[in-house]
Ligand binder design. Structure first.
Ligand SMILES: [Zn+2]
Length: 300
């Protein structure tokens, strides 16, 4: 008899802690009175795959903790909450985006987004957040700890299990992801650099990036993520050796890093470019000026 292969994959990383790979990594911690899921994958289909894994392992889902509100990490929330009645926990700012997901494309575009931006890649289905988490400290009713990892998004947290597995959200990208996408999404460059330092000092046994393979010794991967960030910052500074507008800098960035734009990529890469411009401006590397109805950025 042909047994269909499951599309999800459960991998044990600790005594009570599992990685559920559904395209985007989710984590699972087996608590004394039910399972806690860390992130829920990119869409309803990921939610279905997670539900299959829950059923096959006999886990009862009690709580989803979202590391952050990006659609690829909360996309299974609505389905799983409807099917299981589980609670959902997130930090204060991230929870606003989970409850009202139109905020993500609105935030990226800077106004009501046009229809093409309102796809599942940027706008998940809404779900109800029952528990607002502090960025740091114990996650109520569990033995899990929240760890502040801001930078990629407004108030991202990591989730550390008592058996030493840290689910790091998008604070860190796996080698294979970094090789394909060296310009990764950022909201706050300075906060992200501090987050990379914090990751180094946590001493977790496993670090699980949201995208890519888990690592036991994260030093090399953290260095690779930092180097990619520095490379992006240097490239942007060099494009401004003559005064350049946002669209010109964006076009140079896409040319240099072989990025192909579509509507979603435009707002994601564009938002990231703005994050770098803010950081470089506040450090005195670049300065804005206004000329003939254009905002221009220049170095020196
Ligand atoms: Zn992600």
């Amino acid at each position: 008899m042909l047994v269909p292969m499951p599309t999800w994959k459960a991998e044990r990383l600790g005594e009570q802690t599992w990685l559920l790979a559904t395209g985007v990594n989710a984590g699972l911690w087996e608590g004394p009175d039910g399972a806690v899921l860390i992130d829920s994958g990119g869409d309803k289909e990921a939610g279905r795959q997670i539900r299959q894994a829950l059923e096959e392992h006999g886990w009862t889902l009690r709580l989803i903790v979202n590391t952050h509100s990006n659609a690829d990490h909360v996309g299974g929330n609505a389905y799983l909450q409807k099917q299981t009645g589980c609670r959902i926990a997130a930090s204060r700012l991230e929870s606003a985006f989970i409850v009202d997901p139109v905020l993500e494309p609105s935030f990226l575009w800077g106004a009501l987004p046009f229809r093409e931006l309102r796809s599942k890649f940027l706008e998940a289905k809404p779900s109800a957040v029952d528990l607002i988490l502090a960025e740091s400290g114990p996650i109520p009713g569990t033995a899990l700890q929240a760890v502040p990892l801001p930078g990629h998004f407004l108030q991202m947290i990591g989730v550390l299990s008592p058996d030493g597995v840290l689910f790091a959200g998008d604070a860190l990208f796996g080698e294979e992801i970094l090789a394909k996408h060296p310009v990764f999404f950022l909201y706050d460059v300075a906060a992200h650099l501090s987050t990379l330092e914090r990751l180094e000092s946590l001493g977790a046994r496993w670090i699980v990036p949201g995208h890519g393979r888990p690592v036991t010794d994260a030093g090399a991967l953290i260095a690779a993520n930092r180097a990619a960030l520095k490379g992006t910052a240097e490239a942007i500074s060099s494009f401004c050796s003559r005064p350049s507008g946002f669209e010109e800098i964006l076009a140079e960035l896409c040319r240099s890093f072989a990025i192909e734009l579509n509507a979603s990529q435009y707002v994601l890469v564009g938002g990231t470019l703005r994050a770098y411009l803010s950081w470089l401006c506040d450090r005195g590397v670049l300065r804005p000026s206004f000329e003939g109805g254009r905002m221009l950025w220049s170095s020196g």
